[in-house]
Design a protein around this ligand. Structure first.
Ligand code: IPD
Ligand code: CA
Ligand code: CA
Ligand code: CA
Length: 259
């Protein structure tokens, strides 16, 4: 896609995100309808569903030929990365949303034939939007993202997933011990924003395409490494343990994992 076309899409998506944030904030103090999905820790609320429906309707109107992959299933069944694919996580960090009404994100990504074009991660309560892509660059609330220092694992904080630490998957305890400290935020979006802003040196979690779709585009554009935890390539439709970090911390983690 041409830069001028991407700039136009970028403006449009930012408008959807503003509206989407307003919709969520308007309902934030209302009683939520909460349902469990695969376990008591895997939740979905009426707001997740409403927000996904809202974003799907905006995308359908704007880009009727594209496919849409949404976590809550209001998009299409996407099995191939061909063509234009929009990926939506309507509320990332649903458990935080339910228990804290804070520390959750809205994420949107646009891929063309498997190549990331635009990514958006909005910290709803912090009102911070990380946006952009390879042709536009990465922006933090509209300002060019500050350069990210290539910090090593031993000199930084690492964002981890609770279950991975509890099970010591991939030597996660060692990884935490080698770092300056671990942080468990409970929202991939909030973790990825923190890595992009240099507050964390990296982030590791089991993720689905809607959890990392936007982050992959932003991280790659910002010069961070993002792969599967074994160092393997991360396809747009992969569901796997994901490692994103500065180049140095990425290398340090792979050494500990044994790859
Ligand atoms: C979850 C969060 C969580 C991560 C999980 C995701 P959801 O997303 O990002 O931090 O560890 O793997 O599924 O379900 O709240 O959108
Ligand atoms: Ca979920
Ligand atoms: Ca998510
Ligand atoms: Ca979600």
């Amino acid at each position: 896609m041409e830069t001028s076309e991407l700039e136009q899409i970028d403006k449009t998506v930012k408008g959807w995100l503003r509206e989407s944030r307003d919709n969520v904030l308007r309902k934030i103090d209302t009683r939520l309808t909460v349902n469990t999905k695969t376990s008591r820790r895997d939740l979905v609320t009426n707001i997740d569903k409403q927000n996904e429906k809202f974003l799907v309707s905006k995308i359908r109107e704007f880009d009727p030929d594209a496919k849409i992959l949404g976590e809550e299933g209001f998009g299409d069944k996407v099995t191939s990365s061909e063509g234009r694919v929009w990926i939506i996580d309507p509320i990332d960090g649903t458990m935080n949303f339910v228990k804290q009404r804070n520390h959750f994100a809205i994420m949107i990504a646009l891929y063309q034939d498997g190549v990331g074009e635009l990514g958006y991660i909005l910290d709803v309560i912090g009102n911070r939007l990380l946006s952009g892509g390879p042709k536009l660059g990465v922006f933090d609330n509209g300002q060019p993202l500050a350069p990210i220092e290539n910090t090593s694992l031993k000199d930084g904080l690492i964002g981890l997933s609770g279950p991975m630490v509890l099970n010591n998957d991939f030597n996660m305890v060692d990884i935490a011990e080698k770092s300056l400290g671990m942080r468990i935020y409970g929202s991939a979006g909030i973790d990825i924003i923190s890595v992009l802003r240099g507050e964390l040196v990296g982030y590791i979690s089991y993720l689905k395409p809607w959890d990392f779709g936007a982050g992959k585009i932003l991280c790659e554009t910002a010069g961070l490494e993002i792969t599967a935890i074994d160092g393997g390539q991360l396809g747009m439709l992969s569901s796997t343990a994901v490692l994103l970090a500065t180049r140095n911390a990425h290398r340090d983690v792979l050494t500990i994992v044994g790859k």
